[in-house]
Design a protein. Structure first.
Length: 112
């Protein structure tokens, strides 16, 4: 049986409740907790999902270094600009250990 959306689940709970099922029976039938049953009976629409704050990455302390390199590259000729690999090598000189894929991902977000 495919997973139903929360709106469909809330509608099914309300429909079964109107049919005379108790809250405990609704919990068992739909596989939810009493809080979910209570929220479904109180409101037709589920609460929107909460937005999580962005997590800090291991490269956050080095963002000023990235910005400095990229700002200097704006004035450099096209062939002399830094590639992601070259920036990675410069950062390994500074920080000693940095994962390579994260450098490329961070450069994409900064330059975009």
């Amino acid at each position: 049986m495919p997973q139903m959306s929360k709106v469909e689940l809330y509608a099914a709970i309300r429909c079964d409740h109107r049919g005379g099922m108790s809250m405990r029976e609704l919990e068992g039938k739909h596989g939810v907790t009493w809080r979910t049953v209570r929220m479904a009976l109180d409101s037709a629409w589920p609460e929107p999902r909460k937005k999580l704050p962005p997590r800090a990455t291991a490269l956050d302390p080095y963002k000023p270094v990235f910005d400095g390199i990229l700002r200097a590259d704006l004035d450099a000729p096209r062939k002399q600009r830094h590639t992601a690999t070259r920036i990675f090598h410069r950062l390994t000189d500074v920080a000693r250990v940095l994962p390579d894929p994260k450098v490329g991902d961070l450069l994409e977000t900064i330059s975009a």
